[in-house]
Design a protein around this ligand. Structure first.
Ligand SMILES: Cc1cc2nc3c(=O)[nH]c(=O)nc-3n(C[C@H](O)[C@H](O)[C@H](O)COP(=O)(O)OP(=O)(O)OC[C@H]3O[C@@H](n4cnc5c(N)ncnc54)[C@H](O)[C@@H]3O)c2cc1C
Length: 408
């Protein structure tokens, strides 16, 4: 690198560091910093405002098309910015599925005005999104949805119910899959829309999960009117649009994930952190006068998890590179998703074995280990094997589309 270039690198590094000092929340990175509750309005607003400032500074939104608000910078600068942001850690983004599913869906299927109107506000964190696919009788079998949209001039009148809607509470907009033809065959009778959650006829309420929180909720659509221009893709072709959304979700946000913004990459990092924590926990937990780490069987099992984490990391790196080259197969994301979520579940179960009877104590109990965070992670890990397609559904995809096994 020429000395001029070195100077530029150093000055960008300094610029980002100065920016971080000014923009991170007070006491960030110190034991005195008290983060807001994970799913609270406060957490959401912090995510929005921090993402907005990051975007305005040109520190996020990389490699999305410039005409839709993407930030263009040379790769060398992006790498430095990322390094500096990662060094301090930053608050999570807003409670939204915008980056994970909506941007890729719009890029693939959206009308020009939709891309221009919505993508920049997702990149900047200004608008949040949720996803209305699942219904009480249509989860894995999404083609069975019953929410009906009927055309009325320039509008569609929608009636139905959606459930398990993640990030439901503060979403400004939602993706929506509806049935629009009661006579057409399965998969060819669905139409895909977007709608604003301030629309009359829309209401939502929480659903409580086994982890104790209400990360997802349910949405009710009663004679809710959606403008015709809010359709994504063509009438009757909603199934194919939804498949793009689900592929983006399984890949951890398509483009976003390989850029290190969100998605499977982060989940792996969490797991690697998790294995290190597991070692610490085993070394610090005593039973019958010995530490858990002294027990060969536990050590072997922890080593096995560490190996699996590493394998998963390499697999995801390869997927990321292929994705960037446009050569990733959508089906491979089923492998990545299943491997990780099942591993996370095993990890949670092992932690419960290590802490023994303390695994019964949750957040709020003064004797709960790590203030109940370990138990929470174990409980939340179950959801990871269901969301983004259950493990069984992803195994079906792997069996049929990767291994070429016959359908039953
Ligand atoms: C944490 C979390 C967040 C979620 N977020 C959203 C969201 O934001 N938006 C949204 O629309 N949905 C969301 N979901 C819903 C999720 O997509 C569904 O729960 C999932 O698709 C499974 O559907 P179901 O719960 O109706 O179970 P079912 O489909 O009824 O499945 C029940 C059981 O049968 C098995 N099964 C079903 N069909 C088959 C088959 N063909 N072969 C083998 N086994 C089968 C399943 O694997 C499962 O074990 C979320 C779910 C969770 C847990």
């Amino acid at each position: 690198m020429a000395s001029g270039e070195l100077k530029e690198v150093a000055s960008l590094r300094q610029e980002v560091r100065t920016w971080l000092v000014k923009n991170l929340p007070a006491k960030w990175g110190t034991p005195e910093y008290e983060p807001p509750e994970r799913l609270s309005r406060e957490a959401h607003e912090l995510g929005k405002s921090f993402t907005g400032r990051q975007y305005n500074a040109g520190y996020t939104g990389f490699r999305y098309p410039k005409e839709y608000g993407g930030i263009e910078r040379p790769s060398s600068e992006i790498a430095i910015i990322r390094e500096e942001l990662a060094r301090c850690g930053t608050p999570p983004g807003p409670l939204s599925l915008g980056l994970l599913m909506v941007v890729d869906t719009l890029l693939a299927w959206g009308q020009e005005w939709q891309k221009q109107r919505f993508i920049p506000k997702i990149l900047s964190g200004e608008e949040s999104w949720c996803v209305g696919f699942s219904e009480p009788g249509a989860g894995s079998d999404m083609a069975n949805i019953q929410t009906l949209a009927v055309r009325d001039g320039d509008e569609w009148v929608v009636n139905g119910q959606k459930c398990w809607t993640s990030m439901w509470e503060f979403a400004d907009w939602s993706l929506l899959i509806t049935k629009t033809d009661t006579n057409a065959p399965r998969h060819r009778n669905l139409t895909y829309f977007i709608f604003n959650t301030a629309t009359p006829g829309f209401s939502r309420r929480p659903l409580r999960q086994m982890s104790g929180e209400s990360e997802f909720g349910e949405m009710f659509l009663n004679d809710m009117r959606i403008p015709h221009e809010n359709m994504i893709g063509e009438e009757g072709r909603g199934w194919y649009v939804a498949m793009s959304s689900l592929t983006a979700e399984r890949s951890g946000g398509g483009g976003a994930s390989v850029m290190g913004i969100s998605g499977f990459g982060d989940a792996v990092v969490q797991n690697i952190g998790g294995v290190n924590n597991l070692v610490e926990l085993a070394k610090n937990t005593k039973r019958h006068g010995k530490t858990i780490w002294d027990n060969t069987t536990f050590r072997h099992r922890i080593a096995q998890l560490a190996i699996e984490n590493q394998a998963s990391r390499y697999f995801n790196t390869r997927l990321g590179i292929n994705l960037r080259k446009g050569a990733a197969s959508a089906n491979e994301f089923s492998m990545s998703k299943n491997f990780q979520s099942e591993m996370r579940k095993r990890q949670g179960d092992m932690i419960m074995e290590i802490i023994g009877p303390y695994s019964q104590l949750i957040n709020g109990d003064p004797r709960a280990v790590d203030d109940g965070a370990l138990v929470y992670n174990m409980l939340r890990a179950r959801g990871a094997t269901i969301e983004r397609g259950t493990s069984e559904i992803n195994r079906n995809i792997i069996a049929e589309r990767i291994l070429g096994l016959p359908r039953e």
